[in-house]
Design a protein around this ligand. Structure first.
Ligand code: URA
Length: 241
């Protein structure tokens, strides 16, 4: 059982005060009866709730993917920097979403958000080795020996070496001003603190730009920086496997 105003806000109909206005103006019905007060308790699994005569469906869990820009922190609140939460609209935030894992302040790319606590726990558990692929720009050429080292696991100063990771060294590029770019794609199966940067440090390279391209079957695609989208049902199903 759930209060009708909380239920409506959870459905994304508006903020708690907005939905109270809808109740006051008799726009909400439960099983055909006009709702008189926001305290009314409903059974979210059985009652039919309508707004302006149209049935509302209750989504307990929601899943979003954000293209995180650099310069914002993966936190719910911060006194200094913009947070990743600030990219979402009020109705999405009303669902009480939180990031699954984190990206550094200067890292861009794919970041998953949900209010599905059990799934978050599952995805972040150390035994759940969901692959995450990053694109990295480095200050110098990555030694080809790093491919083998990363495949075997590399010592980054923790108790244990990293799990095997797949490194693809990309062709060296030069722009019209003669600037040379060294880059690589790295797929890791853990989520240690600053892991990608520390792995490249272990082979003598400094990461100057980092972007997460994918997480399991989820890919950033052409989602513009600073924007988010809902996961498809198929994408949610692949995460739950
Ligand atoms: N590894 C890092 O070093 N930084 C990130 O933001 C993510 C992975």
């Amino acid at each position: 059982m759930l209060r009708i105003d909380k239920y409506l806000a959870d459905c994304g109909l508006g903020t708690r005060s907005e939905v109270k206005k809808y109740i006051k103006s008799k726009q909400i019905t439960v099983n055909g009866e006009v709702v008189a007060k926001p305290e009314l308790k409903i059974d979210e699994n059985a009652d039919e709730v309508c707004f302006k005569g149209h049935p509302i469906t209750y989504e307990k869990y929601v899943y979003y993917l954000l293209h995180k820009p650099a310069g914002c922190v993966t936190a719910k609140q911060d006194n200094v920097h913009k947070t990743v939460m600030e990219y979402f609209s009020e109705d999405v935030l009303a669902k009480d979403i939180a990031p699954v894992g984190r990206l550094d302040l200067d890292t861009e790319g794919l970041l998953l958000f949900t209010n599905d606590g059990p799934l978050t726990h599952h995805l972040l558990s150390p035994t759940h080795h969901i692959p995450k692929t990053y694109y990295a720009v480095l200050d110098k050429e990555v030694p080809t020996s790093a491919v083998e080292q990363f495949k075997e696991g590399v010592d980054i100063g923790d108790d244990k070496p990293t799990l095997p990771a797949e490194l693809v060294i990309l062709p060296i590029e030069t722009d019209e001003d003669g600037n040379v770019f060294y880059s690589a794609e790295l797929t890791i199966h853990e989520g240690r603190f600053h892991q990608v940067k520390r792995m490249f440090e272990a082979v003598g390279c400094t990461v100057t730009y980092l972007k997460r391209l994918s997480m399991g079957a989820l890919t950033l695609g052409d989602l513009p920086k600073g924007e988010y989208r809902k996961l498809t049902e198929e994408e949610v199903a692949t995460l739950q496997k």
